[in-house]
Unconditional design. Structure first.
Length: 418
């Protein structure tokens, strides 16, 4: 045993440090991107009203639920939740975009907008109107835009700190990453910014956008998407798939660029394997087919969006991008329906597992964790309530979290499961 301990010491340290598991904290179900110069503190509420108005213009949220494939009973449970969501928290994660959605502008203009973006975020946080997660996407670290991206990030952080502390849900997005070295450069910049602005070490983390095939398969045959997580010094929080940049890079014709193209599925499967067990989260991309135009075009776009949201959820991508207020109703309808539709069966299996009874499915600990994670995600996103979960599974919220994320939670389940 001593010899085995010595031989496997490096493996033990690697598993403990590099694969801590998911933290079990809330993950937003979507990210909304808007050009940075269009941000105002009231924007989330405006998007919520626009989403409700879009549904009303075509009938009602109930009609939209039916269009999205929900049966009458499921729609009756989901529609009130979605209506409340659009009135109270229509945007969960907001990214002010200084990249593709903003473009190349004169330096003085972008400087001004970086300061204004910081002021708008600070005002929204102070007023209680900011989404739980909010931040910026700055320009990428390719040679032509590197200096501009860093300057914008610096000005934005300085503006936030001038108004107070950084928001708890601050998110920074590094786009168009092609190499591990670009992530290491961002790690260095984060350290420099922390020192310059008097922040505690490790305060700044960032998402990596997977928009280039070079991040999936490098020239030497390695997978940089996996390597960058472990060279990110704990600062990489998520990998986001970029539908259209990636599709263009692998030369998919414009009319066939989609979140469900085989090239997209391959890239996302690699991302999923790379992030597994690391605690780094995943986000699918967006669809640019918006619910606008004729009634027929609107209905078709809604059906597509709802189907793609559901497809992502079924494949283990619990977050995606939304580009227009009219996409919010189908985002939440499809998401809430996913969790509520699967809850009864998951609850029965969890209850059987925890009470060590025989059932029609012989669930192993790994399956029980997956069931618990499913229910816990439904709770965190608002599709399920504590009362429903305790009645259905016999587990409290803390017990459910401990079963779902045993590596990161202090388990109160030991005696119950035993």
């Amino acid at each position: 045993m001593q010899r085995l301990d010595n031989v496997l010491a490096d493996t033990d340290r690697l598993l403990a440090a590099a694969y801590p598991g998911d933290a079990g904290t809330r993950q937003p179900v979507h990210t909304v991107y808007i050009p940075a110069d269009r941000c105002v503190p009231a924007l989330p509420a405006h998007w919520g009203r626009e989403g409700l108005a879009a549904a009303a213009a075509q009938g009602s949220l109930t009609d939209l639920a039916q269009l999205a494939g929900l049966d009458a009973d499921l729609a009756a449970a989901v529609v009130p939740l979605v209506e409340a969501k659009l009135r109270t928290e229509p945007i969960e994660d907001l990214r002010l975009d200084f990249e593709d959605g903003y473009g190349i502008r004169p330096d003085p203009e972008e400087d001004t907008h970086a300061r204004q973006a910081a002021a708008a975020v600070a005002d929204a946080v102070a007023a209680g109107t900011a989404p739980p997660f909010i931040g910026i996407r700055f320009k990428c670290f390719e040679a032509a835009t590197r200096a501009r991206g860093i300057r914008t990030l610096d000005l934005f952080l300085a503006g936030l700190l001038a108004a107070g502390k950084l928001p708890d849900g601050l998110v920074l997005t590094l786009p168009k990453v092609s190499t591990v070295e670009q992530v290491q450069a961002m790690v260095y910049i984060c350290g420099q910014l922390e020192e310059a602005h008097g922040l505690e070490p490790g305060r700044l983390r960032f998402e990596v956008q997977v928009e280039t095939p070079q991040l999936i398969l490098a020239a030497n045959g390695t997978v940089p998407a996996a390597q960058l997580i472990h060279h990110g010094s704990g600062r990489v929080s998520a990998l986001h798939y970029g539908t259209y940049d990636y599709s263009d890079a692998v030369q998919v014709a414009a009319q066939y660029q989609s979140m469900e193209h085989p090239a997209a599925d391959f890239a996302k499967a690699v991302m999923q394997a790379a992030a597994a067990g690391t605690g780094v989260r995943l986000s699918d991309g967006s669809t640019n087919i918006l619910p606008l135009g004729t009634p027929g075009e609107i209905r078709s776009a809604w059906q597509l969006h709802a189907r793609l949201v559901r497809r992502s959820l079924e494949r283990g991508f619990y977050q995606g991008w939304d580009l227009h207020p009219a996409q919010l109703p189908t985002r939440f309808l499809a998401t809430y329906a996913f969790y509520r539709q699967g809850f009864d069966a998951a609850a029965r299996r969890l209850d059987t597992y925890v009470r060590k009874q025989e059932g029609t499915v012989l669930d192993e600990p790994a399956t029980a964790r997956a069931l618990a994670r499913f229910v816990h995600r439904g709770l965190l996103c608002g599709a399920l309530t504590d009362t429903e979960i305790e009645q259905g599974t016999g587990l409290t919220g803390s017990e459910l979290a401990a079963l779902a994320h045993p590596k990161t939670a202090v388990s109160p389940l030991t005696e119950k499961v035993r």
